[in-house]
Structure formats: structure tokens, C-alpha cells
Design a protein around this ligand. Structure first.
Ligand code: NAD
Length: 462
């Protein structure tokens, strides 16, 4: 695979300050496919400096002009979508069709939505005798994970640029090639030098240097709750803005009136897509006791059908971690009805689609984020119990509710402590705010809510 051996800083590929590199591995066959430079504090300094230099002119660029640059970026992503899909498949392992539809397709939608929002957003409003201006926060340090490598970059960079901010991105160690491709797209789109900068490297070195950098005005982080807590503490100590998109353990609540087969089928597909490596995946399926046995049979069949269509997990560490959780589920008394801890292939970090029945709400597999293709089916006796279970984790990122009519599902969803709920299989909306309640995070991404994260207000009184 093609890789750059430098950092994209100030509109050009510059030699890295250090000599260490990171190996990029194809998780489907465990082969090294490329190396990228491991950035150090000097690289981060140079990138933040470039972002600072570029900020005044970009912030002063009329929103319509910023919008047309973001539209040009969207057009480059469209032109290069096959290459994007192949790159994501090579370094993340997602099946090519999923990469085409989701990993390449969704960022195009999101970039397009910000091209429109940048042009139409009210950056100025009258409030009584005041004029309130929405101004860009400044230099953004963006730190992203590997599970939706391009989506998570675009969900930060597009609104930041729309707001008039400049950005330094530190992408995940496992998926830097997608980030390098994005930097090429930024260049091709004619976005001015220094407005977007890329430093590849380790989280504990380059990521930490970026989060703590005094020249960064806002840190936008997507990743694990453990790292998010550290970043939040660092940002808090510096009175710096921070947005955190963290983990999840979302509930798929199937009310007794629902179309059970559909709810179970969509629920299994929701988790198995991207091999379960989706923060908002509905990994806990809550089923009324009267339908429990039928739901377990349907879920086991749906998971078995996935079989070979599932991609590998991203790396050896995640592979060991997920298999460890499956063993823990067995040890704690849950009943395996599909899949299991054995590796289904000799090579590659594959895990079989796995379904557990007889899971109780306090079990480890029902409380902790597994980040693999594992669904836990939990029984409830009545709606109040279903709600207690649904709300009974430290997380609150997403969820689903199924019922005979939307109104019944909405009434339940309004009582859930979570940021997004799909009602009877509602479709993905790139304009809907995405983000967590409780330990799933702080702040929102996507749409106008995502744009406002990168703005601060100034009011002038007359
Ligand atoms: P991670 O927290 O280990 O890493 C995320 C990013 O942070 C990477 O770029 C990493 O290099 C960097 N990083 C690691 N340690 C750092 C440090 N000390 N300082 C600064 N940066 C550091 O998470 P991961 O394993 O890459 O991703 C999986 C996690 O991300 C899951 O828990 C998942 O739920 C979460 N996630 C959340 C969302 C969301 O929107 N809420 C979306 C996707 C993933």
C-alpha cells in the first residue's frame, strides 16, 4: 500500500522529526502492508504552529468561500471513493462492500452536509439590543480512533473548517493510511496551507503532546472512555474546550408488540456490521420473557448466517480482548447459542458472530464494552424492568426501541438515558446530533449541533 514517510504540515509533506515508524498490518492476513512515521512532540509543535499561522486568514474567509472549499473536498472524496474503500479494507479489515457503502459513503454525506451548513448557518444573530457573533474557537486538536477511520476524521474536520477553525489531526495507529489519503484530498480540494495538518504517531506520544499543547484551543477526541477521561482532565486543567465521543453499551429494546423477527434480524446486523467495532452498536438485546425463547432462536440463526461474511477485528490485541470477554461470558454462566471464543480461521484476527442467551444485567458481558461481534440477550418481565436494564450501565450513547407503533416506542425512548435512539429501525441521519449521555461523552458531532462545538459567542451591545 502507498504510504507517505512524512507529516502533512503547512500544505506540504514534511520530513518527520524522529526516525521511528509504525507498521500498518492487514488484519485479514496479519501481513505488514506499510509503515508511517511515528510523530513526536516536535512534529506536533510544527503542526500546531502551522495551524496558528493559518487561523486568522481562514477565520476571516467568508463562510460561503469556506463552504465551497468543503464542497470541493467532498468532490475529491467522491472521485477517490474506491481507493478510500480499498485502503480502509486493507488496514481495518472491513469487507469491501461495507467499506464502499459505509466507510467511504458516509464521509461523503457528512462532508456534503457541512458544505451546505457552512453556507447557510447563522453566524450572526440579533438578541434584543445585542448582536451575537458565532466565532471560531481557534486551533483544534483532533484525535480519532480506527473503527470508522474516515468518518471520524470528517466528522471533526468538516465542521471545524466550516466554523473557521484550523486543525491538527492525530489519527489512530492502526489506520493512518486512510488519514494520509484524507490529507491528499484536502490538498487537492485547494484548502489553504496550514488549515489542516496531519501528524501520525502513538497516542501516548503524539496524541498526548497534541492534547496538552498550549497552542491548541479545543481538543476533540473520539476513542475509549479511559483515554477520554485523561484528555478531559488535561484539557480541564488548562481551561481548554473539549469534546469527547467515548464508548457505549447500547440497548436494543424489543417491546412485546414489536415485529420480533425484524427487530432481532436488524439488531444482529447492527452489531455484526464492522465486526462489532461500532461504539453505538446495540450489543444488549432486551426481550420480554414471553418472547424470549423465540428471540434466542432467531438471533442464533441470524448470527450463524453471517458466518464468513464478517471481517476480522482490527488487531491482535482486540482479538485477544474480545475472545477473553467471550470466555468470561461462559465462565459467568451465560449460554452460548452462536459463535464462541475459538478463532474460526488460522490466519487473521477473526471472531465468529457470537450470541449469548441467559445473560443477566450485572454480568461483565452486559456491562463492559466488548467491541467485537458479540450480542447479549437479556430477559425482562415488564417495561419498568426493561428501562432499568437499558439505563443500567455507565454508558449512554445510542439504542433502539421496537413496538407496534412509533408512539409507543417513542414513549419508552424518551425515558432512556442515551443520546440517540432508532425508532422501529429508523435510518441514519447525517444531520442528527450524535454523542453520549453519562460516560459516553461530552458534546455532539454532526449537523448544526456538531458545528456549534467549534464556535464561541461574542456579543456586542448597542
Ligand atoms: P483509544 O482511546 O485507545 O484511542 C483513540 C485515539 O486516541 C487514538 O488515536 C490513540 O492513538 C489516541 N490515544 C491513545 N492514548 C492517548 C493519550 N494518552 N493521549 C492522547 N491520545 C491518545 O481507543 P481505540 O481503541 O482506538 O478506539 C476504540 C474506542 O473508541 C472504543 O471504546 C469505542 O467505543 C470508542 N469510539 C467512540 C465513538 C463515539 O463516537 N462515541 C466512536 C468510535 C469509537
Amino acid at each position: 500500500m502507498k504510504a507517505h514517510d512524512g507529516m502533512y504540515i503547512g500544505g506540504e509533506w514534511r520530513a518527520a522529526a524522529g526516525t521511528d515508524t509504525i507498521a500498518v498490518v492487514d488484519p485479514a492476513d496479519e501481513q505488514v502492508i506499510a509503515h508511517v512515521p511515528a510523530g513526536i512532540a516536535e512534529d506536533v509543535d510544527a503542526a500546531v504552529f502551522a495551524a496558528h499561522e493559518a487561523f486568522p486568514a481562514w477565520a476571516a474567509t467568508p463562510p460561503a468561500e469556506r463552504a465551497s472549499r468543503i464542497a470541493a473536498l467532498r468532490d475529491v472524496l467522491v472521485a477517490r471513493k474506491d481507493e478510500i474503500a480499498e485502503t480502509v479494507t486493507a488496514e481495518l479489515g472491513a469487507p469491501l462492500q461495507f467499506s464502499q457503502m459505509v466507510h467511504a459513503g458516509v464521509p461523503i454525506l457528512v462532508a456534503g452536509s457541512y458544505a451546505e451548513l457552512a453556507a447557510s448557518y447563522a453566524f450572526e444573530e440579533k438578541v434584543g439590543n445585542s448582536t451575537v457573533y458565532a466565532e471560531p474557537v481557534g486551533v483544534v486538536g483532533a484525535i480519532t480512533p480506527w473503527n470508522y477511520p474516515l468518518h471520524q476524521i470528517v466528522a471533526k474536520v468538516a465542521p471545524a473548517l466550516a466554523a473557521g477553525c484550523t486543525v491538527v489531526l492525530k489519527p489512530a495507529e492502526d489506520t493512518p493510511l486512510t488519514a494520509q489519503l484524507f490529507a491528499e484530498a484536502v490538498y487537492e480540494a485547494g484548502i489553504p496551507a496550514g488549515v489542516f495538518n496531519l501528524v501520525t504517531g502513538l497516542g501516548t506520544v503524539a496524541g498526548q503532546a497534541l492534547a496538552a499543547h498550549p497552542g491548541v484551543d479545543l481538543v476533540s477526541f473520539t476513542g475509549s472512555t479511559a483515554v477520554g477521561k485523561q484528555i478531559g482532565a488535561t484539557a480541564g486543567a488548562a481551561v481548554k474546550r473539549v469534546a469527547l465521543e467515548l464508548g457505549g453499551k447500547s440497548a436494543n429494546v424489543i417491546l412485546p408488540s414489536a415485529d420480533l423477527a425484524k427487530a432481532v434480524g436488524v439488531g444482529i446486523a447492527n452489531v455484526m456490521g464492522n465486526s462489532g467495532q461500532t461504539c453505538s452498536a446495540w450489543t444488549r438485546m432486551l426481550v420480554h420473557t414471553s418472547q424470549y425463547d423465540e428471540a434466542v432462536t432467531l438471533a442464533a440463526e441470524a448470527a450463524a448466517k453471517y458466518g464468513d461474511r464478517i471481517g476480522p477485528l482490527v488487531n491482535a490485541k482486540q482479538h485477544a480482548r474480545v475472545r477473553g470477554y467471550i470466555e468470561k461470558g461462559v465462565a459467568e454462566g451465560a449460554r452460548l447459542v452462536a459463535g464462541g471464543p475459538e478463532a474460526p480461521r488460522e490466519r487473521g484476527y477473526f471472531v465468529s458472530p457470537t450470541v449469548f442467551a441467559d445473560v443477566t444485567p450485572e454480568m461483565t458481558i452486559a456491562q463492559e464494552e466488548i467491541f467485537g461481534p458479540v450480542v447479549s440477550i437479556i430477559r425482562y418481565e415488564d417495561e419498568d424492568e426493561a428501562l432499568r436494564i437499558a439505563n443500567g450501565t455507565v454508558y449512554g450513547l445510542a439504542g433502539a426501541v421496537w413496538a407496534a407503533d412509533d408512539a409507543e416506542a417513542v414513549a419508552f425512548a424518551r425515558r432512556m438515558d442515551t443520546g440517540q435512539v432508532d425508532i422501529n429501525g429508523g435510518r441514519f441521519n447525517p444531520l442528527a446530533p450524535f454523542g453520549g449521555y453519562k460516560q459516553s461523552g461530552v458534546g455532539r458531532e454532526l449537523g448544526a449541533h456538531g458545528l456549534s462545538e467549534y464556535l464561541q459567542t461574542k456579543s456586542l451591545q448597542f
